[in-house]
Design a protein around this ligand. Structure first.
Ligand code: CA
Ligand code: CA
Length: 559
């Protein structure tokens, strides 16, 4: 290449790099909002702004806005977006409350197209007729961390539009909720209606006491359409509707990967069903108990896995099943004639009162694969297989009649799992529990998880049945996202399943790599120019170029 052209290109690249990305990555300012501030100030720590809305409107990619302790009585419309290398961060310090008292609009809104943004450390409360926190659509790479939303109509709403219709402003992708607590909202806790939500990660969330004033079945956590979802260490309880309800109106059923995982989670005391999966998914190391209707509901055609999970004491009020798969009445968008359900190392116990239907209902269209489970709900009708129009009793399970007829449950049993104190909701295993060491390490090619619901190492001795591993106390250091723990399809998407710190670290790494390459190219350009000058005896253009390079190199060293 012509040396001068080479050098010119390199110089332009270096200049562009210094003027934009460097600024974003290393020089982006931090602004401040405080209740003692003034919106005509400059937003510095010593002269903060007064309103969050004004502060947010002044942000650029890479900026951070610190909200200082206090109650802010305003709706916050966020219309500025970050970029891949310049996330916008809005961070509450101390107890920050965004109050909707007297405000008649949604509380905190990420407008259409707002992406690469992180919001953390705020409580949104009192937007009583509106959504507390909303992503209106076409939002991606959003992290919500340490957020509490209460006393609103819906806690967090993602996408805008009516159920069953396309979203008004597009989908939401790569949304992470960490330590989000949504409670006492009058309609629902978390609601992605109409959706879709793709790549949704929820960790350490709590969804409780939502919908209690609505008088109808509002769920703690609901996604109407979506795929690639991971919920871990989530608690959804005491909601008026279902605890967790995923994929209820998914028109892509049959085409989705069913890449939905709920693990190390607790779903209990919801008025309606515990956990409803409409379009595939895995339930691992989880507890579903004391829900008014059915504990675990599996509906449309897809693959489902239930592993090391406990389903207990559901359907007491409404005489329902512990689990039902492919229930005939649940028809609608898609079929229930081709469901694959694999269940192992799990406990189904004390579901339904005397006189209730069977412990578990398995529909005609379900390919049911089952082993190393404890079935202990109904003496005479433990498992009903609709394809055979036959209920299997506890004697059929223990006497191997079920195994002889179906090839299932060779190593399963009907026996009291011996919880420590179920009345007090303590579902740990007693020392004499038959669940201890009675599980399998692998079934149908699916590995048992290498930790239990507490993050303790599994197995301890042999694998236990249920979400806990008796006697194990050592915490796994890599508690989550071990590819061996997870389903293959989810492992394939694992690069996105990172924490914000990891994402930021990756972005910076990529940025530095790009910078290093460009600077190297620039240096090569200098060398080529210098060598060509030596050969050619120099020239005025070369001398100017050399000066430019020297100046730019000085800038890059001090940037
Ligand atoms: Ca529901
Ligand atoms: Ca064990």
């Amino acid at each position: 290449m012509n040396a001068k052209v080479y050098f010119l290109i390199a110089s332009i690249l270096v200049a562009l790099l210094l003027s934009t990305q460097t600024y974003v990555a290393f020089c982006a300012p931090t602004y401040h909002v405080a209740i003692t501030g003034d919106d005509s100030a400059n937003g510095a720590e010593s002269s903060p702004w007064r309103t969050i809305g004004h502060g947010v409107a002044n942000l650029k990619p890479g900026d951070t806005l610190i909200i200082h302790e206090g109650t802010y009585n305003e709706a916050v419309n966020i219309e500025v977006t970050g970029t891949e290398y310049g996330h916008i961060r809005i961070v509450g310090q101390g107890q920050v409350i965004i109050s909707g008292e007297g405000v008649d609009s949604d509380g905190v809104v990420l407008g259409p197209g707002v992406s690469f943004l992180e919001l953390e450390g705020v409580r949104v409360t009192g937007f009583s007729g509106s959504w507390g926190l909303a992503l209106y659509g076409t939002n991606n790479h959003i992290t919500l961390r340490n957020i509490e939303v209460d006393q609103c109509e819906t806690g967090i709403r993602i996408t805008v539009g009516n159920s069953g219709e396309p979203p008004e402003f597009g989908s939401a992708d790569y949304v992470t909720l960490e330590k989000v607590h949504l409670h006492h909202n009058s309609v629902g806790g978390f609601d992605c209606t109409p959706g879709p939500c793709y790549h949704l990660f929820v960790r350490d969330g709590e969804f409780a006491y939502n919908g209690v004033e609505a008088g109808f079945g509002a769920d703690g956590f609901a996604v109407e359409i979506g795929d690639h979802m991971l919920l871990e260490r989530v608690k959804s309880h005491d909601n008026q509707g279902d605890g967790i309800d995923i994929g209820s109106r998914n028109p892509l059923i049959g085409n989705t990967t069913g890449d939905i995982t709920v693990r190390e989670s607790e779903v209990y005391a919801n008025q309606k069903n515990g956990l409803k999966l409409w379009s595939g998914g895995a339930v691992i190391n989880s507890i579903v108990h004391s829900n008014g209707l059915c504990g675990l509901v599996i509906i449309y055609n897809s693959n489902y896995e239930v592993v090391n999970t406990l389903v207990a004491r559901n359907g007491q009020e409404d005489r329902d099943y512990g689990m039902r798969a492919g229930y005939q009445q649940e028809k609608g968008l898609a079929g229930n004639d081709n469901i694959k359900l694999t269940v192992f190392n799990s406990i189904f116990a004390f579901n339904g009162p005397p006189g209730a239907p069977t412990g578990v209902y398995v529909g005609k269209g379900v390919t049911f694969l089952s082993d190393n489970n404890i079935w202990y709900s109904r003496v005479e009708e433990e498992i009903y297989l609709d394809a055979r129009r036959k209920a299997y009793s506890q004697d059929d399970i223990n006497g191997k009649a079920l195994f002889a007829e179906t090839d299932n449950d060779e190593h399963s049993m009907s026996a009291d799992p011996m919880f420590v104190n179920m009345k007090a909701n303590d579902f740990n295993l007693s020392s004499n529990s038959p669940a201890i060491d009675a599980g399998a390490p692998v079934f149908q090619g699916i590995n048992a998880p290498s930790m239990d619901i507490f993050g303790h190492e599994r197995p301890y001795g042999s694998y236990d049945i249920g979400p806990t591993e008796y006697g194990s106390t050592s915490t796994k250091t890599t508690a989550t996202f071990s590819s061996t723990d997870r389903r293959t399809s989810l492992a394939a998407s694992s690069p996105v399943a990172t924490t914000r710190e990891q994402q930021a670290g990756t972005s910076e790494y990529v940025y530095l790599l790009v910078a290093a390459v460009i600077v190297t190219v620039g240096l090569l350009g200098v060398i080529v120019v210098l060598r060509s000058r030596t050969r050619a005896g120099g020239g005025s253009l070369g001398a100017r170029a050399q000066n430019q390079v020297q100046i730019k190199m000085q800038i890059s060293q001090t940037a």
